[in-house]
Design a protein around this ligand. Sequence first.
Ligand code: CP
Length: 295
Amino acid sequence: MKSLISVRDIGKKEVEKILKKASSFKEGKEERLEGDIVLLFLEPSTRTRISFEKACRTLGLETYTVLGESSSLAKGESFFDTLKTFEALGFRGVIFRVPFILFPYEDTANALKLSLINAGDSTHQHPTQGLTDLFTLREAYGSLKGLKVLYVGDITHSRVFRSGAALFGLFGAEVSVSGPKTMIPRDIHVFGVKEVFDNVDEGIEWADVVIWLRLQKERQKENLIPSERSYFEQFGLTKERHKKLKGFFMHPGPVNRDIDIDSSLLYSEKSLIQEQVRNGLFIRMAVISWCFTDK
Ligand code: CP
């Protein structure tokens, strides 16, 4: 029984095992597991929750969903006591999305006899999105060695960036960022970032692939940009920038249309957005299988 809370806890060998499992699921391999899983989602989600649910069911696992304000967390019960309750009820695993950073977490994970799978904890980690993006890039480019990846947008609030950058670095990619100064963390270089481009057009010229991120308005405590219009003009994927892209672009979703990306470009021939969603299912099946069966 394993858990996956942060990509920083797994080395290249374990990541390779997960990617290999995901490939085999994509090719149609079947696997049957037994047990019950809780999907505890305290923040909104469409693709992560539904793909985890579909992944569980495809693997033969029963799912029980707990959403937002519907649990006793709303009455002040702690996250740990909530997990202990699921443990006492005989659940095999808990897949959680929470509005707080789960760190440190070793004591929590070690004190429980169930697998914990992080589906996004505030701005900290989103391991299955990072793995999905790694898998998608590998399919598109073959290898990440020397691949120049640019993240654009609200880097400060992005758990997708924190998970993806660590994984891409492990596989030899160069990662740079671009965004308003107010959305670049002061400690950006601890994430192995090569360069911070104030001018996104210079970043696009440098990059082989660009990952636009969502402006996370719900997490911004103050106005970090003069207006959404000016943000789009300065950093968004416009038609002019789309023409200049050397390769593909990605976005983890959900997209703020005409703020992150021009509406008409979302599903263009350079977009990997639908492939990211498709691959998310196989990666989540692989992570669940890895947690439950890998020694
Ligand atoms: N990428 C992602 O986490 O999307 P959802 O919020 O829809 O799950």
